[in-house]
Ligand binder design. Structure first.
Ligand SMILES: NC(=O)c1ccc[n+]([C@@H]2O[C@H](COP(=O)([O-])OP(=O)(O)OC[C@H]3O[C@@H](n4cnc5c(N)ncnc54)[C@H](OP(=O)(O)O)[C@@H]3O)[C@@H](O)[C@H]2O)c1
Length: 313
């Protein structure tokens, strides 16, 4: 238990900072449910997948390569729901579209899609397909995946976007639509923040598009957890972070709790368009609730997706 945990009360959901993914699913049977988790081979994604399988769900576990997805899901082959490992390299539109096709070909109806994979704070500007790599990976890759799979979602299907409290570190104007390739300036924290604000805005706009259906879309901040996510962070900064972390960070089972709770809790049926932290509705940056900004991002993302699809031939 971290020291910080001692001072954090549980919220109205009955869960809070210290709750684990197993605790938030006690008594929840996911038998007959199918849930796709991106980034299933590490950190929060791996724990999310493990607990969902423990509760009986069939898992579609994606990773950058089929080898990674297969290795990560090996332990689940005996799980009652079964498991389908798939490659989904989010910065490669061809790989994302192939993943979409595999899910469709398998005829899977998805009860939830958990967009968990992500990269953080690349020290130098990196681009692929003409876009800054965090924006491309964290946002556009998931945009292609989720919009490609909308018809596979069940009537009460849930989309869960991993955002972050770091969305507050996005540029002041929100999304730099005139700088999506980073050529006009790049900051590692701002670029990560922008991608996480994009994840949040995507959930908000998708939720608006789901209005009148039983489908939901929400975003989550999982907490701060020492995972492989820190691999690109300056070593000195990371050393301080992990030192502080011994006192204040969540464990991986605690970090996975919010996304698991939002993906499957019966208490959240019909709850949509919210931002959760510590398994409770939380306050986001004001412009994360800006419907015009979310619509503008959606329209631009659709245009980018079309461009990337056509480049595939
Ligand atoms: N940990 C935190 O404190 C924290 C805080 C706020 C938000 N989050 C969010 O939580 C999510 C999970 O992070 P984590 O802490 O579990 O980090 P992690 O251990 O580094 O896991 C990230 C996962 O994303 C995958 N991934 C990275 N780039 C990818 C790409 N191009 N295509 C497909 N998959 C890719 C990784 O695959 P490889 O292993 O192959 O690279 C890995 O499976 C992220 O979206 C992150 O932004 C985390």
């Amino acid at each position: 238990m971290s020291l910080y945990e001692l001072f954090k009360a549980k919220g109205p959901s009955g869960f809070g900072y210290g709750s684990t993914a197993e605790e938030v699913t006690v008594g929840v049977s996911l038998a007959g449910k199918t849930i796709l988790v991106t980034g299933c081979n590490s950190g929060l994604g791996e724990e999310t997948m493990r607990v969902l399988a423990l509760r009986g769900a069939r898992i579609v576990g994606t990773a950058r390569t089929l080898e990674k997805a297969t290795a990560a899901t090996t332990a689940l082959h005996a799980a009652p729901g079964g498991v389908l490992p798939l490659a989904c390299e989010l910065s490669d539109p061809g790989s994302v579209l192939a993943c979409v096709e595999s899910v469709k070909r398998a005829g899977l109806a998805l009860d939830a899609i958990i967009c968990n994979a992500g990269i953080m704070m690349l020290p130098k500007l990196e681009t692929a397909h003409g876009y800054e790599l965090q924006f491309l990976t964290n946002h556009i890759g998931h945009f292609l995946l989720v919009t490609g799979l909308l018809e596979q979602l069940t009537e009460t299907g849930r989309v869960v976007m991993l955002s972050s409290a770091a969305h507050e570190r996005a540029p002041r104007e929100g999304i730099q639509f005139d700088n999506l390739d980073g050529a006009k300036g790049y900051g590692s924290i701002a670029a990560y923040g922008q991608s996480k604000l994009a994840n949040l805005l995507f959930a908000k706009e998708l939720s608006r598009r789901f209005a009148g259906t039983g489908k939901t879309a929400n975003a989550v901040h999982p907490g701060v957890i020492n995972t492989n996510l820190g691999r690109h962070v300056n070593r000195a900064l990371w050393a301080v972070f992990t030192l502080v972390g011994k006192l204040a960070l969540k464990s991986v089972p605690q970090g996975a709790a919010t996304q698991v709770y939002v993906a499957v809790s019966p208490a959240l049926a019909g709850v949509s368009g919210e931002y959760f932290a510590d398994c409770n509705v939380a306050k986001s940056r004001a412009d994360a609730n800006d419907a015009a900004l979310a619509k503008k991002l959606w329209d631009r993302s659709e245009a980018i997706a079309a461009e990337l699809r056509s480049a595939q031939g």
